[in-house]
Design a protein around this ligand. Structure first.
Ligand code: NAP
Length: 239
């Protein structure tokens, strides 16, 4: 309890899945949580504020971070969690589909960092957690744009970590393996069986197991951790 006491934390894609669990976990640990998403969402823990924010919209970022810093004066933690997947091979992708995945998974992460970094500089530091994936480090056939963007998130995080290290702004990427969420529940069961079959622990992860990693990175317990990749994958990347 209270591992995030006094901190203001903004979480994207918090309507459901991993983002929802991160928001609830941060609130339980004493943070003032700004949960954000592009659709309506409710049922959050007491004290969680919900704002509409499409991560691909520069204007949305400016509006929401402006409101949050106007009311709370600071943003200490940013969890860039929102993401989409498209199972299309390189030759099947349309320009529209490519641009949509890039806009949300990659541009959205950059826009979020760009918006909060000046506030973290002003208040003396912060922690940014960018949700990548095991598929930001290795690939399977047939999800070209997802791999491209999750790999970009991995290295954008290192670039940001190095740029702002002396200003006490820590930036780390978080790499879930197969996690049971609305995203994976909606996809072809054959894909799910394949990925779980490739997971040494032989099971799906729970969103809470990812949120526990995000909590460590958000808290001062990770005060000397920046530019790192926290993998929560049941052993998938160890192979
Ligand atoms: P999810 O259940 O589909 O939830 C994703 C959330 O992101 C939804 O609330 C969705 O809102 C939101 N979102 C999508 N586009 C958005 C946008 N443009 N602006 C703001 N919010 C947006 O997915 P999840 O499984 O929790 O995944 C969360 C993150 O973990 C993603 O980055 C994903 O790539 C990553 N990840 C997941 C797994 C896994 O196995 N589940 C594994 C590795 C990495 P809407 O309801 O409006 O669509």
């Amino acid at each position: 309890m209270n591992r995030l006491q006094g901190k203001v934390a903004l979480v994207t894609g918090a309507g459901r899945g991993i983002g929802r669990t991160i928001a609830d976990t941060f609130a339980r640990e004493g943070a003032t949580v700004i949960a954000t998403g592009r659709s309506e969402a409710n049922g959050f823990a007491d004290g969680v504020e919900y704002h509409r924010l499409d991560v691909s919209s520069d204007a949305d970022w400016a509006r929401v971070v402006g409101e949050v810093t106007g009311r709370h004066g600071r943003v200490d933690v940013l969890a860039n969690n929102a993401g989409v997947i498209a199972y299309e091979s390189l030759h099947e992708l349309t320009v529209e589909s490519w641009q949509q995945v890039v806009a949300i998974n990659q541009t959205g992460v950059w826009l979020g960092m760009r918006e909060v970094v000046p506030h973290m500089q002003r208040t003396g530091g912060g922690s940014i957690i960018n949700v990548s994936s095991i598929w930001g480090s290795v690939a399977v056939a047939g999800a070209h744009a997802y791999h491209a963007t999750k790999g970009a998130v991995r290295n954008m995080s290192k670039s940001a970590a190095i740029t702002y290290a002396r200003e006490n702004i820590r930036v780390n990427s978080l790499h879930p393996g197969f996690i049971r969420t609305p995203l994976t529940e909606a996809q072809d069961p054959e894909i799910n069986e394949f990925v779980i079959g490739q997971t040494p622990m032989g099971r799906a992860g729970d969103p809470q197991e990812v949120a526990n990693g995000a909590l460590f990175l958000a808290s001062d317990e990770s005060s000397f951790v920046t530019g790192s990749e926290l993998v929560v994958d049941g052993g998938y990347l160890a192979q």
